[in-house]
Ligand binder design. Structure first.
Ligand SMILES: [Fe+2]
Ligand SMILES: [Fe+2]
Length: 476
């Protein structure tokens, strides 16, 4: 087993780094494009600074073209994508994205043969005011009259539609969520009764979840914010799987690896099946002896899974490692300290966030998502991998989809989509703060400004139970 573990660890690492490299190359390409377009506003066409930025862009494009027919970027819902990979952006790039969006451009593709001169000509066109494009019948008709043989623009994907889709796609996500709960239940019962576990069913469930998450990650993350009191044990596993898989897709792991993360997430606590139920479900504080029993679940989990035919070996690794955080409280303790697999770190992070935000019967109220994120950030050096925490926060936002927020206008909003500013997501306005719950239907971006002032800002979060608002009806 040791050898197998080392091999799959190496493979996962290799493809993880290859993806990161590709994303970095894509980011640099978009950066040079932003620089060239900016320089075109500052310098005449023949200026060496402008020419040099266009040349750098061409070199980057040529490097990427070695493995592909075109270099294509897409803007969807405030995010930049290179092919299917989400590309993190900084200030200059997000300014260019806004410039694209305000001209109804949904993305750009570069083809072999691209020249610096063509870039400079394109940059000049891009710097014309949005009104110019409107007057000329839209960007595509302007583009058709110019000569850009190696640049193509993608049509704008309607951002509003995408923004609301966390709500609209909720039904589909909800169906696979329920399916996943049933699968975990069946698995736990089978282990209890010592019956054969149907791994095929679990694999199919996870495949469906992978597809749905790739299609709409926000809808799924929204679902994890609905905490179920009665089915907590099952929901915890499903939520952990969803968050782990979402982080996997955010890190551009491939579909198979995301599926493995899903299985690992669903089964990470399976070892609790072997422990006395009254301890596992005990409300309130555990005695020292009881705590020692609970700490056996990672080892029990690895043992249970070693008996299940057809289950990925990675599930055993993550079950064993998911509480071996980087401090002395981690368990089980191993000689020389833990060296965790990337997947164990991902599952541990998803597990911790889920547990912190969970509404277990014995907690008087749950920790709001923004405070949970704060706890993760505070512990990012000790307990978790700081790079993963950063990626997790970038993915889920400070105010995750499904969070109820109080706005400075007195309104209550439900977060439906992240934007480039983690403090300013898109929200669905539900009600006036003093009024009764009423969906106004307005889906607004907190980035919206009037004369340089934000129209709305978040002043705090609201516990849906306290405000007596049924979040589920908006997401389900
Ligand atoms: Fe656990
Ligand atoms: Fe757990």
């Amino acid at each position: 087993m040791a050898d197998e573990r080392r091999d799959s660890r190496g493979e996962a690492k290799q493809s993880f780094f290859a993806k990161q490299q590709l994303i970095n190359a894509a980011k640099a390409t978009f950066q040079y494009l932003a620089a060239a377009i900016k320089n075109a506003t500052l310098y005449p066409e023949s200026h060496p600074t402008l020419i040099s930025s266009a040349e750098k862009l061409v070199i980057k494009v040529q490097e990427l073209l070695v493995d592909r027919k075109e270099v294509s970027f897409y803007l969807v819902g405030g995010e930049l994508f290179f092919e299917t990979h989400s590309v993190p952006v900084d200030q200059s790039q997000s300014l260019l994205m806004e410039q694209f969006v305000s001209r109804d451009i949904g993305g750009i593709a570069f083809k072999p043969g691209l020249t610096p001169a063509e870039i400079i000509q394109f940059a000049g066109l891009m710097n014309k005011e949005p009104a110019f494009f409107v007057a000329a019948g839209g960007v595509s008709s302007v583009f058709a009259h110019e000569n850009f043989p190696h640049i193509e623009l993608h049509r704008a994907i309607i951002v509003d539609k995408k923004a609301g889709s966390a709500i609209k796609d909720g039904k589909k996500a909800s169906a696979s969520f329920t399916g996943a709960i049933d699968t975990v239940k069946a698995m736990i019962h089978a282990v209890h009764l010592d019956k054969a576990v149907n791994m095929r069913k679990m694999n199919t469930t996870v495949q469906t979840m992978v597809d749905d998450i790739l299609e709409n990650r926000d809808a799924f993350i929204g679902l994890t914010s609905i905490k179920m009191y009665d089915e907590y044990t099952f929901a915890h596993s499903v939520n952990t799987a969803i968050l782990a898989m979402s982080l996997g897709t955010f890190l551009s792991l491939d579909k198979n690896q995301v599926a493995v993360l899903g299985i690992a997430g669903l089964l990470h606590d399976i070892g609790k099946v072997s422990l006395p139920l009254e301890i596992v479900n005990k409300p309130g504080k555990l005695t020292e002896e009881e705590w020692e029993v609970i700490q056996r679940h990672p080892v029990e989990g690895a043992l249970v899974l070693s008996d299940v035919p057809g289950v990925t070996k990675m599930a055993m690794v993550t079950a064993f490692e998911h509480h071996q955080h980087g401090d002395d409280n981690g368990y089980p303790q191993v000689d020389g300290g833990p060296r965790l697999h990337l997947f164990s770190k991902i599952v541990a992070l998803a597990d911790a966030y889920e547990a912190i935000t969970a509404a277990r019967v014995y907690y008087s109220s749950r920790t709001p998502p923004d405070q949970a994120i704060n706890i993760l950030l505070k512990n990012r050096k000790g307990l978790f991998d700081p790079i993963l925490v950063k990626a997790f926060v970038n993915m889920i936002g400070i105010f995750p989809v499904g969070t109820l927020v109080k706005l400075d206008t007195g309104e209550i909003g439900l977060v439906v989509h992240q934007t480039r500013d983690l403090m300013r997501p898109r929200v669905l306005l539900l009600t006036k703060f003093d009024g009764s719950e009423k969906e106004t239907g307005a889906d607004v971006s907190l980035l919206e400004t009037v004369r340089g002032q934000y129209v709305r800002s978040i002043v705090g979060t609201i516990d849906p139970n306290v405000a007596n608002i049924n979040v589920k009806q908006y997401i389900d």
